[in-house]
Design a protein around this ligand. Structure first.
Ligand SMILES: [Zn+2]
Length: 454
């Protein structure tokens, strides 16, 4: 039914519109009391609620705006240590680190002579996508921490080692000989070859979405190119296969914050009057033009995330589908004298570093609108998504279902169910050590460049 724009009677038009909504609600199975047909979960490493607020007030994040307007928003609050692999594993298992086993960036090798970057075999609890898959939901998982070596899923999975963690990375990427020796980078195997045309063509994310890309130093350029590879691959797979649950990880916000926070803050101070607070002065003045060239880049990574959200909003119908955006932590200035746990047992005084607060946004399908009271703990994410699909939550998960994020009608139709455990498949026993691979040196190099390792 179409209502002409110039209709004479506004009240008549409003009545028709209301009727259309009611009819649509009756005709489809969605409308707030059914599990979503599709649920897309975007993981933004290091996305900070404060930065998002500031950029939104300047109108720079229109798709985040839509999520805030059409969904529920809150912050996440994590305990120490605020380390990405630990928190993402908590987010995706519903269990705290002492239960899921991924407690740091690196863990001792089998012979205890060295520390090896954490790998998926260490995870002692089933992942959200594994549970969804065994409940008959087809899944797509792209780029998340601690997913290599790839485990079998009911769908597809690109691990965090699908592409090299820190090697020089170019648009027309050709893997080196050592790369082919790294197995189980994707499930099914060699999925990276399937998505390479989308990756090399920059089909969804290309240099025009980050105009400064050619002026970045090689390390930053590498991270952006790697993110673009995962984003292009993820979108290509999503469009080709339309999984019912899809989750995509994006790394560059966190990476750019680590490397460029100071200059980001100086730029915000100079051009947007943001107070500098306790930040220490620079040792020497910046060369001319550097502030203008580099200063906007942290904000630019948030605009990339906004674009990613927008691509999914174009594809989803929030009447029946849902979208969730989550970050593992935020980023902030720290007052002088604050010693922070910045790596495996490494404590340092830092002027800026991870903050305990990330974001959680959930819109469409079963989620209500508004602002939630109180922060969400990372172990509450997996129970939240299980409940959104109408599936029971494991009593042995540490996180409780945040009923306050759902619409009332949805909870009436789908009261939260509980089962003793999802852990019957033999994943309960601890693996002895991380799997070593030719990627370890690159991974260590990456962790060093972010300040986590010496
Ligand atoms: Zn992180």
């Amino acid at each position: 039914m179409r209502i002409p724009f110039h209709t004479k009677s506004v009240r008549f038009a409003a009545t028709l519109a209301t009727l259309a909504v009611v009819l649509a609600g009756a005709a489809c199975s969605g409308g707030g009391d059914s599990p979503p047909e599709r649920l897309v979960l975007i993981g933004l490493d290091g996305a900070d609620p404060g930065v998002i607020d500031v950029l939104r007030t300047r109108g720079e994040l229109p798709n985040f705006d839509r999520l805030f307007e059409e969904g529920i928003s809150t912050v996440t609050d994590v305990d120490e240590p605020v380390f990405s692999p630990v928190i993402w594993t908590t987010l995706f298992t519903g269990c705290r680190p002492e239960k899921h086993g991924v407690t740091s960036f690196t863990l001792p090798s089998a012979d205890s002579t060295r520390r090896v970057p954490v790998t998926s075999n260490l995870r002692r609890r089933r992942t959200l996508w594994d549970i969804l898959g065994s409940s008959g939901i087809d899944v797509g998982v792209v780029g998340h921490w601690v997913t290599w070596p790839a485990e079998k899923v009911n769908g597809f999975l690109l691990t965090n080692y699908t592409w090299p963690p820190s090697a020089p990375f170019e648009k027309e990427w050709t893997p080196g000989a050592e790369w082919d020796t790294v197995g189980r980078r994707t499930y099914p195997d060699r999925l990276d070859e399937v998505v390479r045309p989308a990756v090399n063509a920059g089909r969804y994310f290309a240099s025009e979405h980050f105009p400064e890309i050619d002026r970045l130093d090689p390390a930053l350029r590498h991270y952006l190119d790697k993110d673009f590879a995962y984003l292009n691959a993820g979108m290509a797979l999503y469009d080709a296969r339309s999984p019912h649950f899809f989750t995509q990880y994006m790394e560059s916000i966190d990476f750019f914050e680590h490397r460029l926070w100071m200059i980001h803050r100086l730029y915000e101070n100079r051009y947007h009057d943001a107070p500098l607070g306790d930040l220490p002065p620079l040792d020497k003045p910046l060369p001319p033009g550097v502030l203008e060239r580099i200063g906007p880049m942290v904000a630019q990574t948030y605009r990339l995330a906004d674009r990613l959200i927008g691509l999914f909003l174009d594809r989803l119908d929030l009447e029946k589908d849902a979208i969730v955006v989550v970050s593992d932590h935020g980023f902030r200035d720290w007052p002088p004298g604050t010693r922070l746990h910045v790596g495996d047992g490494k404590y340092e005084e830092m002027p800026f570093w991870h903050s305990r607060h990330g974001i959680l946004l959930a819109a469409g399908g079963p989620f209500r609108k508004g602002k939630a009271d109180g922060a969400v703990a990372p172990e509450q994410l997996t129970p939240l998504i299980l409940a959104a699909f109408g599936l029971p939550v494991g009593k042995d998960m540490d996180g409780a279902v945040r009923r306050d994020l759902f619409r009332k009608e949805f909870l009436e139709a789908h009261p939260v169910k509980r089962i003793d455990s999802y852990e019957s498949g033999g994943k309960g026993s601890p693996a002895p050590a991380p799997v070593e691979s030719p990627m370890d040196d690159q991974m260590r190099e990456m962790l060093k460049s972010l300040g986590y390792l010496d």
